[in-house]
Design a protein around this ligand. Structure first.
Ligand code: SF4
Length: 720
């Protein structure tokens, strides 16, 4: 038994039973952190990494634990939450869309019984888009996120009234938004026209039950906070930076992870209270879990995109200019296209700043008009709703204005538009900051045909569907300097660190100040054999017309494995590297196997995954890019097939350039890392068991080439 001692306070945090390997790992990690700034915890699945990470953060005093894998934060949340295995060792917090908004849920209940007057929230909960409907009931689109009109008043009274209204089938709310008396008749009652939410009934001085704000505040106050990388970077890190930039008002800041805005602008608590919030602060240690892929993850995380969804931006004209620069400068595509992006972005950003000023001026004009109307109002003026026109511009070629719109706003609509514009500018601001960061940006063209799709139709409207052109940082390291310097100690943990020096170099960290602590697996290797049943190198040619026979061999092998004794009546997973591969195989499998197969689209991935895991039938999941970040424990899957070695796509300019500059080693190790990750999907604890089949001998070639880099627990599982 090992009793953990909070280092900073000297108090016992929690009594925890560690198994021997964990206790040794914690002790080695603690020692390594005394002498080095950066420490790697190289520990296999089932070694209890989460508890080791939580313990180390507690032992150092205070810490943040983050990860690129959102599902892992959910797991931490269950573990440290009430009744969890590690309750009391930390608090998990995620973006707002992960928390229900009780205010919105209550309004929906009322609106279902008796329609409420339109407001942003009511429009949202009745939207035709399922996604918007879903988000409207979460904290992501809650009334407190903008100073927009919504409802105030006693929701329970409204609900009771609405229930009464249902009895005789009469609605309770008149078209002008007034609540009628009980049973739809009689005197007008409480006025429920939309008003500003200033004090949410679920989060104020006396009631503090809002799930999102409760979680955020607990995470702020707890010694150890666990969160997604997105929340960590845009919420916590920006919160710390802003707090420090505004040292005088330091404690008045509390950042919201999803919107990344300082809470004093919008926090539903009374303003006087926000100063008592401690806000996010620097901590003693930063731990990044499942960090093996962090350099690539960060490249994608910081990728800059210009999108056809940007409002008032002439995307088709922009894209034409970018593509012309690409064609005119075949030897310098990335630099030339990025210069164009920077130029356009600068003008666009200025235009959008100007727009905010115009909207704010419009509001002043409107407020004056409303005051004047009130002074000269006669009975007949009561129904007139004052409006104001604010001109909009679309940023076009050479920075010129090529289109002017003149939307008309009421006061409420203008308030909402101003908030939206502030938020939009705030998010664009992140891009603005990175443009001058000294990063080498790599052009990533839109998908084929998108230029045509994004061109304007005959009415000047941009075609449906988002089109985007991207620039990826060659490496994210120039953008990370500020991050690493914020933490005295950094721990990276994962089961598959195959090349630590290259990993550190790519993140801009000093390999001389790092040490690795390795933990071996306690899983019996015979419970999870890895086999290579086909003696062939599976490649893209199999998808061509002349590769039909080779593809048939792959399909037959999948059929054979799926019907083996012990597999025919259990669940299995077939991993494909792309939808192209999935479609080619699916078209050719037998009707019997089709009966068992569950497929997913990119938009239904999570639902289908849960459906598969919950199924009691011997289903087979055809999974695209699930080699990591997904667990199939125990009977959730007893066998899996890796169809092809998951090399990165050489058609991607960033991948091609990396391979050219860093050599084959980077490219091959990255694929091997994915093979090792995939092999762990169905082996989640020491009593778990399952068979892994790799159909592509390229994986075996990589294992032989990089045997020294492979973890021992992985090599022991190979059946050659
Ligand atoms: S503070 Fe109120 S409105 Fe905002 S998310 Fe919480 S319950 Fe919803």
């Amino acid at each position: 038994m090992f009793i953990m001692d909070g280092r900073s306070s000297g108090t016992v945090v929690k009594e925890v039973v560690y198994w021997k390997g964990q206790a040794e790992a914690i002790s080695s990690l603690a020692k390594a952190l005394e002498n080095h700034r950066v420490v790697f915890l190289d520990a296999p699945t089932g070694s209890g990494k989460s508890l080791i990470n939580l313990s180390i953060a507690q032992w150092r005093g205070t810490g943040y634990i983050t990860t690129p894998q959102t599902t892992l934060v959910n797991q931490y949340g269950r573990d440290v939450g009430p009744g969890g295995r590690f309750e009391g060792l930390g608090t998990a917090v995620m973006g707002r869309k992960n928390y229900p908004c009780p205010y919105a849920l209550k309004l929906k209940e009322i609106d279902d019984l008796a329609p409420l007057p339109n407001s942003r929230l009511v429009k949202g909960i009745n939207s035709r888009s399922p996604r918007i409907r879903e988000l409207s009931l979460t904290a992501a689109m809650a009334p407190c996120t903008v100073d927009s009109p919504s409802f105030v008043g006693n929701l329970d009274v409204l609900l009771e009234a609405a229930r009464g209204g249902r009895d005789d089938g009469n609605g309770f709310f008149t078209p002008d938004g007034k609540l009628k008396g009980r049973n739809g008749g009689g005197e007008e009652g409480t006025k429920v026209v939309p008003e500003m939410v200033k004090d949410c009934p679920f989060w104020n001085e006396t009631t503090r039950t809002c799930p999102y704000y409760s979680a955020r505040d607990r995470a702020m106050e707890d010694r150890v906070a666990v969160t997604t990388f997105h929340y960590f970077e845009y919420g916590i890190i920006n919160g710390i930076k802003r707090s420090e930039e505004h040292a005088v008002a330091k404690d008045a800041y509390a950042m919201d992870g999803e919107n990344g805005r300082p809470s004093f602008e919008w926090n539903p608590q009374p303003k006087g209270n926000t100063a008592s919030r401690p806000g996010w602060k620097r901590r003693d240690v930063l731990i990044i879990d499942e960090a093996h892929n962090l350099p690539d993850f960060l490249v994608n995380f910081y990728t800059i995109q210009a999108s056809s969804r940007w409002p008032r931006f002439d995307f088709p004209a922009f894209l034409e200019e970018v593509e012309k620069a690409r064609d005119d400068n075949p030897d310098d595509v990335s630099n030339k296209t990025f210069e164009i992006f920077k130029e356009w972005f600068k003008g666009y950003y200025e235009q959008e700043e100007e727009r905010l000023k115009s909207l704010e001026n419009g509001l002043k004009v409107l407020e004056n008009r409303i005051k004047m109307n009130a002074m000269i109002r006669t009975g007949s003026n009561d129904d007139v709703i004052p409006t104001v026109v604010v001109k909009d511009r679309t940023y076009g070629p050479d920075g010129s204005v090529d289109l002017e719109l003149e939307p008309e706003y009421t006061r409420d609509a203008l308030h909402e538009e101003i908030e939206k514009q502030k938020e939009f500018l705030y998010n664009l601001g992140f891009k603005k900051d990175t443009l001058e960061s000294g990063v080498e940006w790599i052009y990533s063209p839109p998908s084929p045909g998108s230029l045509q799709q994004s061109l304007r139709d005959g009415n000047g409207n941009v075609g449906d569907g988002e089109q985007a052109v991207s620039w990826k940082p060659y490496e994210a390291s120039p953008l990370l300097k500020g991050l690493w310097s914020m933490f005295p100690k950094v721990v990276f943990s994962s089961a598959t660190f195959l090349d630590i020096p290259a990993f550190l170099e790519r993140l801009g960290l000093d390999p001389g100040d790092a040490e690795a602590v390795r933990v071996d697996s306690t899983f019996p290797a015979d419970s999870s054999p890895i086999r290579f049943p086909l003696n062939r190198h599976v490649n893209k040619r199999y998808l061509e017309p002349d590769g039909k026979e080779d593809l048939a061999v792959v399909v037959n092998e999948i059929e054979r494995i799926a019907s083996l004794p012990g597999h025919g009546d259990t669940k299995g997973v077939v991993h494909f590297p792309s939808y192209e591969w999935f479609r080619a195989v699916y078209r050719n499998i037998s009707p019997e196997l089709k009966e068992r197969v569950i497929v997913h689209k990119s938009t239904t991935r999570n639902e289908v995954l849960e459906e598969f895991k919950a199924s009691k039938e011997p289903k087979v999941l055809f999974a695209i890019k699930m080699e990591e970040g997904t667990d199939f424990r125990d009977d959730q899957a007893r066998w899996q097939i890796l169809v092809k070695t998951p090399y990165q796509d050489l058609g991607d300019e960033w991948v091609r350039l990396h391979r050219e500059k860093m050599g084959r080693r980077w490219y091959e190790i990255s694929a091997l890392q994915q093979v090792i990750q995939a092999s762990g999907r169905i082996m989640r604890n020491d009593r778990d068991w399952g068979d892994t089949y790799v159909l592509d001998m390229n994986a075996m070639k990589l294992i032989r080439m990089y045997e020294k880099e492979c973890p021992r627990w992985f090599l022991k599982r190979l059946k050659l």
